[in-house]
Ligand binder design. Structure first.
Ligand SMILES: [Zn+2]
Length: 102
């Protein structure tokens, strides 16, 4: 039974990576298509309770679940005193903190 769970999680992670790549390539041209890819990605993540790698998790807005692309739909603020970046979503205004100093 444990092997089946690991197999399903592996397939879910693989599909999350594929959907993230598709959303990244679709974002500059079609925001709705990228949004639908991220919607499906979130459905897979919550249904199978899979941990998403930080490079994917940090690029999805916590407020409106849109894919964040600096210069297009988010602003990057460097907080050097705190050792973190802030990705501020221009659609909903939510701040997503990303630590770069350990
Ligand atoms: Zn947002």
């Amino acid at each position: 039974m444990k092997d089946r769970r690991a197999l399903v999680n592996g397939i879910a992670k693989e599909r999350i990576e594929i959907l993230f790549g598709l959303a990244e390539s679709a974002l500059p041209k079609d925001k709705d298509l990228a949004g639908s890819y991220v919607y499906i990605l979130n459905k897979i993540r919550t249904h199978y309770k899979v941990n998403v790698p930080p490079r994917i998790k940090n690029r999805i807005c916590g407020g409106c679940s849109s894919l964040l692309l600096p210069g297009l739909n988010c602003r990057v603020i460097v907080v050097s005193s705190g050792g973190y970046l802030t990705y501020r979503c221009l659609a909903c205004g939510t701040d997503n903190h990303i630590r770069y100093r350990t």
